[in-house]
Design a protein around this ligand. Structure first.
Ligand code: CUA
Length: 155
């Protein structure tokens, strides 16, 4: 079977598009560090206060330059409201909500996820630039949504 010239052209265009789209996925994943929020871990929203990680949320150093940040997003604030990190710290965020769906965005980074009651939202970032980073809720969560923020200070 011989393909017509226009069929070969279309096949070539499809091949180029396939390579370009797979390449875009590879670049955003491996070069830009985009990641899907992991929703593998579940938590009963009614039991968050009894979970030792979230009863006293905050930073835990787990290795040289590596931290776990346990945070609770609730109407209408984040707990804790401030995190202090050394420059170059690699942080695993674990965020939960006891009430409604919130957002968790660290402005100027790739950290941007939904915090859904019943799940532990897991996101990671390395803070190479010193300065102040704003954490915002970017899911409308009620009358005080616009006041819902926290900050990260990298020194
Ligand atoms: Cu929480 Cu908007």
């Amino acid at each position: 079977m011989r393909a017509q010239a226009y069929e070969r052209v279309w096949l070539a265009i499809c091949g180029v598009m396939l390579v370009a789209f797979l390449g875009a996925i590879a670049v955003t994943t491996f070069v830009l560090g985009h990641q899907l929020p992991g929703h593998a871990e579940r938590i009963d929203p009614a039991h968050i206060a009894r979970d030792p990680r979230f009863a006293t949320p905050g930073l835990v150093e787990v290795g040289p330059g590596r931290y776990d940040a346990y945070m609770v997003a609730h109407i209408w604030s984040f707990q804790p409201s401030e995190l202090r990190l050394p420059q170059g710290a690699r942080v695993s965020f674990h965020v939960v909500s006891p009430d409604v769906t919130h957002g968790f965005e660290v402005v100027g980074t790739n950290v941007n996820g939904m915090v859904i009651p019943g799940y532990v939202t897991h996101l990671e970032h390395r803070f190479d630039r010193p300065g102040e980073y704003l954490i915002l809720c970017n899911e409308y969560c009620g009358a005080g949504h616009q006041f819902m923020q926290a900050r990260i200070i990298v020194e």
